[in-house]
Design a protein around this ligand. Structure first.
Ligand code: GRF
Length: 204
C-alpha cells in the first residue's frame, strides 16, 4: 500500500502490532478490535489465531483482521505446538500477544519467544480462583466481591505479574451465567485500557 493510500485509509505504519489468541466467541477480542477501530486504542491487530474452530474467527474477519485456525496436531506435545505457534506469531513481528479466552496452557517455547509480552485475562480477582470455572469457584466460596484480572503470562496457571484488576459485586442468588455476564462487561472495559497502558511502558 502506498504511503498516501495508507494515510487516507487511516493505517498508521507506526502503530504497535498485536496478535490476539482466542478459543471461543471472542467477545474480549471484539471489544479490543472496536477500540482500535474507534482509535481509542493506538494499536494494529495484525492477526487473530484460534486453536479450535471458533465463532471468534469469523467475528475477527468482520473487522477486516486476518484470522486463522492454528490447531494442535494429534500426538503433538504442548511444547512442539508452542514452538510452531511462536514461529507463526513471530512472522507478524508483534509488540504484544494478547490472550483473550485462549484455553491452552502456554509453555516455555512461546514464553521465551515473547518474554513479558504475553497478556492474559482471567475472570476472578487473582490470586483467588485461578484455573477453570473461576465464577463457579467464587460462588461456591461465597465471596461478596469477585472480578477480573489482567496479568502477564508465566509458566504457572494464572500466576504471572498482575497488571490490572476490576471488582464486580456478587449479588444475592447470583447464577454463574449472570455473574459471568457482569464480569465479562468489566473485562471488556479493562482489557483495552490495560493494553494501551502496557504498550506505553514497552515504548513501542
Ligand atoms: C473470559 O471470561 C476470560 O476472562 C476467560 O475466558 C472468557 C473469554 O470470553 N479467560 P470471550 O471469548 O472473550 O467472550
Amino acid at each position: 500500500m502506498s504511503l498516501l493510500r495508507r494515510v487516507f485509509s487511516g493505517k498508521n505504519m507506526a502503530m504497535p502490532r498485536i496478535v490476539i489468541l482466542i478459543s471461543g466467541q471472542g467477545s474480549n477480542m471484539r471489544a479490543i478490535l472496536s477500540k482500535i477501530r474507534q482509535r481509542k486504542l493506538a494499536a494494529e491487530c495484525v492477526l487473530v489465531l484460534s486453536d479450535r474452530e471458533a465463532t471468534g474467527l469469523a467475528l475477527a474477519r468482520t473487522f477486516g483482521v486476518k484470522a486463522e485456525l492454528f490447531a494442535k496436531h494429534k500426538d503433538e506435545s504442548r511444547e512442539a505446538f508452542d514452538t510452531r505457534l511462536a514461529a507463526r506469531i513471530h512472522k507478524e513481528n508483534p509488540a504484544l500477544v494478547v490472550c483473550a479466552g485462549y484455553l491452552k496452557i502456554i509453555t516455555r517455547p512461546l514464553l521465551t519467544a515473547f518474554p513479558r509480552r504475553i497478556l492474559n485475562i482471567h475472570p476472578s480477582l487473582l490470586p483467588a480462583f485461578p484455573g477453570l470455572k473461576a465464577q463457579q469457584q467464587a460462588l461456591d466460596y461465597g465471596v461478596k466481591i469477585t472480578g477480573c484480572t489482567i496479568h502477564l503470562v508465566d509458566e504457572g496457571v494464572d500466576t504471572g505479574r498482575i497488571l490490572a484488576q476490576s471488582p464486580v459485586a456478587v449479588k444475592k442468588g447470583d447464577s454463574v451465567a449472570a455473574l459471568s455476564r457482569r464480569i465479562l462487561a468489566a473485562e471488556h472495559d479493562l482489557y483495552w485500557r490495560t493494553i494501551a497502558g502496557y504498550l506505553k511502558t514497552l515504548k513501542v
